[in-house]
Design a protein around this ligand. Structure first.
Ligand SMILES: Cc1cc2nc3c(=O)[nH]c(=O)nc-3n(C[C@H](O)[C@H](O)[C@H](O)COP(=O)(O)OP(=O)(O)OC[C@H]3O[C@@H](n4cnc5c(N)ncnc54)[C@H](O)[C@@H]3O)c2cc1C
Length: 261
């Protein structure tokens, strides 16, 4: 079973992140970048399916030059090869444009299974699996906490507030995963060394036959038009109990509630 795992490089969410002041896009230079956490679970799941059913695992990333670092890290976990879509024209792309580009690569690779994270920690739009399935004309099995592969049948379990849904589809399909699906492995020293020699194919928009006007800021269906920082927390109100502390506390809470209405 040939599998493609979508891996996005994102700003480290444990650091202070910001948007650029000139075009409101993510400021990738001001903070270190990492593999989107959920994508590590997708990689782990791909490796488990490969172990059970054979085939190749390919990492697919659309991102700037620095994303190659995350691609090597992904490869050090065990996948066989990677494709990096790298083009200055991608800057400012919206989710629709991102799906246009990723679908163009997937159309060429023709995988049996596409695995991705359920959401990224920067964009957080949770739409990529659906958009790609629509563009490719295949099923979307989204939000998986468990994946079972039997022949060409893919079955997932999805946790909802009411219970667990079991959804199945024939391959090829797109499956997005949450962090409840497995425990990603740490790259071994051998894996890190092996990753240095694994093939990484770089593709431009022209290679993919995607016109510049379909992507980037010019082709974006949505754009961030403004930004402002959350105001710093104020010092708060300190109530010292000198006998009527309880009453003052209730009065304070009531006044806060009133100001919310
Ligand atoms: C250089 C560059 C500049 C961009 N500029 C903007 C911008 O200015 N405004 C804007 O709205 N968007 C921009 N994008 C696109 C944006 O970063 C997201 O990729 C896109 O909007 C999807 O949103 P999401 O990550 O929240 O998707 P989600 O649906 O939350 O992501 C789900 C999963 O999809 C996969 N995925 C998502 N994006 C990628 C990717 N690029 N490569 C591989 N897998 C991926 C991952 O597996 C992820 O876990 C830019 C992208 C690039 C590469």
């Amino acid at each position: 079973m040939n599998i493609v795992v979508l891996v996005k490089q994102v700003p480290d969410s444990s650091a202070e992140r910001s948007l650029r002041s000139d075009d409101n896009t993510v400021d990738r230079g001001s903070v270190s970048s990492v593999i989107n956490e959920m994508d590590e679970y997708a990689i782990e799941e791909a490796l488990r399916v490969q172990q059970a059913h054979g085939g190749e695992v390919t990492i697919l990333t659309m991102g700037p030059v620095g994303a190659s670092e995350s691609i090597r890290k992904a490869l050090s976990m065990g996948p066989d090869r990677a494709v990096h879509v790298l083009d200055d024209g991608l800057h400012g792309s919206c989710a629709l444009a991102t799906s246009r580009v990723l679908a163009a690569v997937l159309g060429r690779l023709g995988p049996d299974l596409v695995l991705c994270g359920a959401e990224s920690t920067d964009g957080r739009v949770q739409v990529m699996a659906h958009m790609l399935a629509e563009r490719l004309g295949v099923a979307a099995l989204t939000g998986a906490r468990k994946l079972t592969v039997e022949g060409g049948l893919l079955t997932i379990e999805r946790q909802t507030e009411e219970g667990v849904e079991v959804v199945a589809a024939q391959a090829p399909a797109v499956v997005s995963v949450w962090d409840t699906i497995n425990e990603p492995r740490y790259p071994s020293f051998k894996g890190i060394m092996a990753a240095k020699k694994k093939p990484v194919q770089t593709l431009s928009l022209a290679d993919l036959g995607v016109a510049a006007g379909e992507v980037g800021a010019a082709g974006a269906s949505s754009a961030v038009v403004g930004q402002s920082r959350r105001p710093p927390r104020s010092g708060g109100v300190k109530i010292t109990d000198e006998g009527a502390g309880g009453v003052r506390l209730v009065e304070f809470l009531a006044s806060e509630r009133a100001s919310d209405l």
